[in-house]
Design a binder for this molecule. Structure first.
Ligand SMILES: Cc1cc2nc3c(=O)[nH]c(=O)nc-3n(C[C@H](O)[C@H](O)[C@H](O)COP(=O)(O)OP(=O)(O)OC[C@H]3O[C@@H](n4cnc5c(N)ncnc54)[C@H](O)[C@@H]3O)c2cc1C
Length: 445
């Protein structure tokens, strides 16, 4: 789309010429093959207000960009005009160790936040993939969590306050630093998982926790996925309090370098006071012993960190050439069975599959292996069958990553039902001109 030259002048006036990129400089900000007309890096929320107002008047769509790690996840924006880089908004505004809260600007990376909080013995109990690149604003907008969501909850549970700039240039603050903080509609949570379609997150206030004394993971190997699934359910039903519960199938075991691609592995994370953690590790082994456990080992330190890091990206990294990844949400009791049936669907189509699940939460990352000459119709057909399988089990499935040609064959988002009408109305109220990330979420909103 053509952007009026005066719009570029407006941007330079707002943020200074050094913070506006045009032409070939926009190369690193291509989204699904589309190059933006301009890239702008605001230095304050007031800059963002001015940019969004100018964009609204010029009819230029705006795509917020944190670390850029999920730009190819989900649907691409239907129109790409201006990329709004949040990286300069990266300050820790306030940290109150006594109150266990921190207010942080949206462009700060998760790693920087964790390192800063760690110096005061605290952390944000969220472990999304790519912490070195993922920004707080992007994580909240994509509603990403990691294995520790099992015990500590996800973005919505940890957020207590939010400042956003709406498409029409209003600075809206919701919630506050106190934990009981919402009267009326819980507006801040509306922006979680909205993929930047409702407003630009500029600041978030988050609940923190003290860093645990000990943090380990029990790696338990089973001959059959079915047994590992039953073991996961036994851990959930026990009085143990794991921080993470991950079910890994044979192909994902290989991708995580946990052994050959056979059987299955259950990862049980435990953190807290050292004596408690020691006790829990022993109890886990004792509980799983009669359930087909072949071997168990406990990882700590860098080995544990490496495992959790590679777990975060196992979907895309499972195969030398991953053809597509999908995220399923099912009941925890259905996880192992869905994984088994899903692998059989892929096998019948002659494709490799690797699956890893946050078993206690019911979230499965399913990846399909391909190659340069993989038949895209076949990939799309497997994704369609996976979706039918997951819906049959009462869940839903989202195509997380796939080449555009596959996304054109199979819908990225699952059906939202009558909720879609309400979502479309909320979008129309908050962004009447359709400036923010048009087309990025379900139903082309
Ligand atoms: C290889 C790979 C594997 C991954 N695996 C997983 C996984 O297993 N599980 C999982 O949950 N996630 C996974 N992710 C997702 C990814 O880690 C997170 O979504 C990411 O951390 C988001 O942060 P970001 O700063 O990169 O966001 P971006 O990619 O920059 O942005 C994400 C979305 O939010 C919008 N946005 C960004 N900043 C703001 C803001 N300040 N205000 C409003 N909107 C904004 C953008 O427009 C975009 O729609 C994976 C990603 C990759 C690339």
């Amino acid at each position: 789309m053509a952007v009026p030259a005066s719009f570029h002048d407006d941007l330079r006036r707002i943020v200074g010429p050094a913070h506006v990129l045009t032409g070939i400089e926009c190369g690193p900000y291509v989204v699904e093959g589309r190059t933006p007309e301009a890239v702008v890096a605001p230095g304050s929320k007031e800059d963002i207000v001015a940019i969004l107002m100018a964009a609204g008047e010029a009819g230029v769509p705006v795509t917020p960009w944190g670390g850029g790690t999920t730009m190819a996840v989900g649907s691409p924006p239907s129109r790409l005009g201006l990329v709004l880089l949040l990286g300069r908004l990266n300050r820790l505004v306030e940290h109150e160790p006594g109150d266990l809260t921190a207010t942080v600007e949206a462009g700060m990376t998760v790693r920087t936040l964790q390192e800063t909080l760690g110096r005061r013995g605290q952390w944000l109990s969220l472990d999304p993939p790519h912490p070195d690149r993922a920004s707080i604003g992007g994580v909240l907008s994509a509603n990403v969590a990691g294995p520790r969501r099992h015990l500590y909850g996800g973005c919505r549970d940890l957020l207590i306050g939010l400042t956003v700039v709406t498409a029409e240039g209003a600075i809206v603050k919701g919630g506050s630093k106190v934990v009981k903080n919402v009267a009326g509609y819980d507006l801040p949570k509306l922006f979680i998982g909205a993929f930047g379609t409702l407003g630009v997150i500029v600041e978030a206030t988050l609940k923190l926790r003290p860093r645990p004394d000990a943090d380990r993971v029990v790696v338990s190997r089973f001959e059959r996925l079915k047994d590992a699934g039953a073991a996961a359910r036994a851990v959930m039903a026990s009085d143990l309090l794991p921080s993470a519960l991950e079910l890994i199938d044979g192909e994902a075991v290989r991708a995580l370098a946990l052994g050959p691609s056979e059987g299955a592995v259950l990862l049980v994370g435990v953190d807290g006071i050292t004596e408690q953690v020691d006790w829990q590790c022993r109890e886990i082994e004792r509980l799983l012993e009669p359930m087909g456990l072949r071997e168990a080992k406990v990882l700590d330190g860098p080995e544990r960190d490496r495992l959790w890091q590679s777990r975060g990206t196992v979907g895309r990294d499972a195969f030398a050439e991953t053809a597509a990844t999908m995220r399923w949400t099912v009941l925890p009791s259905q996880v192992a069975e869905c994984m088994e049936q899903g692998a059989a669907v892929a096998q019948r189509a002659g494709l490799g599959a690797a699956m890893a699940a946050h078993a206690g939460v019911g979230l499965v990352d399913a990846a399909l292996g391909g190659g340069a000459d993989v038949d895209l119709d076949r990939v799309a057909a497997v994704l369609g069958e996976w979706r039918a399988l997951v819906r049959g089990a009462g869940g839903h499935a989202i195509v997380q990553w796939a080449p555009l040609a596959v996304k054109e064959r199979v819908p990225v988002w699952d059906e939202a039902g009558p909720a879609l009408r309400i979502m479309a109305r909320i979008k129309a109220q908050l962004d009447p001109r359709g400036v923010l990330n048009p087309g990025r979420v379900m139903g082309g909103i």
